[in-house]
Design a protein around this ligand. Structure first.
Ligand code: BG6
Length: 475
């Protein structure tokens, strides 16, 4: 049987910091303030309006803006890659900061110094024999592009994004094994500021047509990257969604039909377009009922059909429960969901469900019949650094052990799995709630929610467990 590549993942805005170094421009994530969870919900930290962004722009320094510091990867990447090498991972997923390469986003030429930062990373990863999986855009968008052009609702964004992507494809055409045009493309729907760079004037609701027009522009941009990539580049190209693994609350037909609708609209839609190459028919009714009117040209349709993804990928953290009528809710990745009485949840309310990853792998493979990369999975928790600099995260080891077992079961079910990437393999700032203390890593980064700490790296107990797991797996 084909061997699964075991790896890890981070994103530039959550990891790098150095928000103003070497000519980097300000991006959308640099403007998101941290608020304690006691006073603000995660959703509030994701839906930014002009006033909040203007305050952020006026503030010089890191202060209350944790993405400006990340886990200081910009200064620690060499040490971090050494740790990944020692860990023995097969593949590393990371993203490129758009505003580092094109500070405003609409410049003609890229920032060479920023490219050299990634050159060094790629060189070191190759020397360590770690395969490279690049996310071209993981949420962070140059702020100037959303202020001047209104983000992805403007079709011109396709050209600016493609200019950025082409620089990366040309420069690392022989080095990168897997390319992903966008992180969790369906996030644009739940989190329009992060996903598609739509900024509200005040606290009004988002305009649904603008959201879906923006998503359409990202679909076209993704197909353009795949078109160019297939002609000029060695690696394979994927698409990715956040997966939600829906269960119906009861056997009631109404709950089960609601399950199909939620799956269609929130999970399958984007992937149907990118992996099959056309808009699914179920969206016609959704668009009609939600008064959504978008512009899709014939040449867009042809492009989408001709340039679909080679592999599919998803993030999986927890499963969800669906009912036709409202019921008691808990939090999850990007969305909230009904509580499942059979599952435990993390401190953040995300329901832990190892069998859900097996369900998800089977569902995705049955639907698309394309190889799969699990682009993100892991446990966000509040770890304790002991006085002797150890971290006893036995709960993370159990989480990983149970999920890995189900992943291997899915492979035995016949699912074609390329790789598994453990999310936030080195502690990073949480994308949802801007907290440093929601940790996923097997490597601890000594910093708190206020950005205080040495930023030194320490191996957690899960580091040694994952190291042994990979070693045994390859024997
Ligand atoms: C995914 C994102 O939605 O979930 C990551 O792609 C994010 O960027 C991850 O970090 C976990 O979410 P959070 O909110 O716990 O950081």
């Amino acid at each position: 049987m084909k061997k699964i590549l075991w790896g890890g993942a981070t994103s530039s805005s959550q990891y790098e910091g150095g928000y103003h170094l070497d000519y980097k421009g300000l991006d959308t994530q640099d403007c998101r303030p941290y608020f304690p969870r006691t006073t603000h919900s995660t959703t509030q930290t994701r839906l930014l309006n002009k006033q909040i962004v203007n305050q952020a722009k006026a503030y010089q320094g890191v202060g209350n803006y944790p993405f400006r510091q990340g886990s200081d990867g910009y200064h620690h990447f060499q040490e971090d890659i050494e740790l990944l090498k020692e860990l023995g991972i097969d593949i590393y997923r990371f993203s490129i900061s758009w505003a580092r390469i094109f500070p405003n986003g609409d410049e003609k030429y890229p920032n060479e110094i920023a490219l050299q930062y990634y050159d060094q990373m790629i060189k070191q990863l190759k020397e360590a024999n770690i395969k490279i999986f690049i996310t071209i855009n993981h949420y962070a968008i140059p702020l100037y592009l959303i202020e001047k052009y209104d983000g992805w609702k403007n079709r011109q964004m396709i050209d600016y994004y493609f200019r950025f992507a082409k620089v990366l494809l040309d420069r690392w055409k022989d080095d990168v094994d897997y390319w992903l045009p966008f992180n969790e493309i369906n996030a644009g729907y739940f989190s329009p500021y992060n996903g598609v760079g739509l900024m509200k004037d005040n606290d009004e609701d988002y305009n649904q047509s603008e959201i879906f027009q923006s998503l359409h522009h990202q679909f076209v941009a993704s197909a353009k990257v795949i078109e160019y990539g297939h002609q000029h580049v060695k690696g394979q190209f994927g698409c990715m969604v956040a997966s939600f693994c829906y269960y119906a609350l009861t056997p009631k037909p109404e709950d089960n039909f609601k399950l199909i609708q939620d799956e269609n609209y929130y999970q399958w839609f984007c992937m149907d377009v990118l992996s099959r190459g056309y808009y699914p028919t179920y969206m016609r009714r959704f668009f009609l009922e939600h008064h959504i009117d978008i512009n899709v040209t014939q040449s867009d349709e042809e492009l989408l059909l001709q340039h679909t993804s080679d592999f599919i990928s998803f993030s999986y953290y927890s499963s969800s429960v669906v009912a036709a009528k409202a019921a008691d809710q808990t939090a999850g990745n990007l969305v909230s969901t009904i509580k499942n009485p059979y599952l435990n949840a993390t401190k953040w309310g995300w329901q832990i469900d190892p069998i859900g990853i097996r369900v998800t792998l089977n569902q995705f493979y049955n639907r698309y019949q394309k190889p799969i990369i699990i682009a993100e999975n892991g446990l966000g928790s509040q770890d304790v650094l002991e006085l002797d600099k150890t971290v006893h995260d036995l709960y993370r080891i159990s989480y990983l052990q149970e999920h890995f077992q189900q992943i291997q079961e899915a492979q035995n079910d016949g699912v074609d799995i390329i790789a598994y990437c453990l999310w936030g393999i080195i502690d990073i700032v949480s994308a949802g709630s801007c907290e440093m203390e929601k940790r996923y890593g097997v490597v601890y980064v000594d910093a708190n929610n206020e950005g205080e700490g040495s930023y030194c790296r320490y191996k957690k107990d899960s580091f040694y467990w994952y190291q042994k797991f990979i070693e045994n797996y390859h024997q």
